[in-house]
Design a protein around this ligand. Sequence first.
Ligand code: NAP
Length: 335
Amino acid sequence: MTQTRAVLLARRPGRTLEVDDMVVGTIDLPDLAQGQALVRNTYMSLDPSTRGRMDPGEKQYTTNFEIGGPMDGSAIGVVVESRSELLPVGATVRHRLGWRELAVVDEAAVTVCDLDVAPAMSWLSALGQTGFTAYAGLLPVGHLAEGETVLVSGAGGAVGSMVGQFARLLGAGRVIGSAGGAEKCAWLRDECGFDHVINYRDSDFAAELPVAAPDGVDLFFDNVGGWQLAAALANMKIHGRISMCGAVSNFGTQEQPTTAVLIETVLRRVTISGFIVRDFEVLRPEFEERVGGWLASGQLVDRATVVEGIENAGAGLVGLLSGANVGKALVRLSD
Ligand code: NAP
């Protein structure tokens, strides 16, 4: 029987995620059935949603992990053995069975990645769920129009850095971001083309936002929630829109604002639209063509912070939640 090293959920996390909440163990893999392939994973994605899946309560859009059971998430790898004509040995594929070194995948649940379009890592970042989330939140959800002022929180991360760059390429008039730390802010301004970046760890976000957006914000793409959402609400234009993508500040220990801040939605006639990217799968071909073109023409900066080895994957997730990543957070599982 084939076995693989995998990251298991050791215990339910407390208020702050700890490396010891996860442990590397060994799991058995099933024999290959018709239509399946054995994949050696090369990179896996680190995502804030993984933290939510470690809690006991079921989420609406995915399943939660069992204590002692393997974790999972997006990964890319190379087919090393196959009983599927669609998945030839040597093909690079993207699938959902990360957090392990080897995976048995079903052909129906796998995307074959064309490395002529983009390098393998980009299939997990700009061309992956990350970029697709940015695309969905800006266009079908956020209805971005040319010339508008766009604000994105969590701008130095995977989704946020794509949101700002896509917005610019789609004709936004002014792109403002928030990020933690001087290095991230400088990168967003100097290399990703943001007009203004607020270092929320070092400055008063609520005080700086009206300086960055003196005429108000048309579209706010929110990855963070909490106090940044409260400040953004008070700086929206009349009939402004908010694409609610996530609330990573919920995983921290800081006190959160109350629903009293929502009065701004009334005063400013603001529309808040929550979304889950998987509801927009019909747009995937359009997204891949457009973003693949931006990557090929060098118009898009696709940066990753890479953690080495499955034994460091847990630490990588802890780091993600404390802002250790610039751009997309990945773990390299093999060459
Ligand atoms: P990411 O932004 O690369 O990583 C998370 C970042 O959040 C950290 O690097 C950190 O950057 C920031 N952060 C952590 N704690 C914070 C706090 N208390 N306040 C403010 N910022 C904090 O992660 P991602 O993969 O791009 O995901 C971004 C958001 O999109 C998450 O909320 C995720 O759940 C959501 N998402 C939603 C969908 C959907 O379908 N709706 C799909 C994918 C992702 P700093 O250095 O800036 O603090």
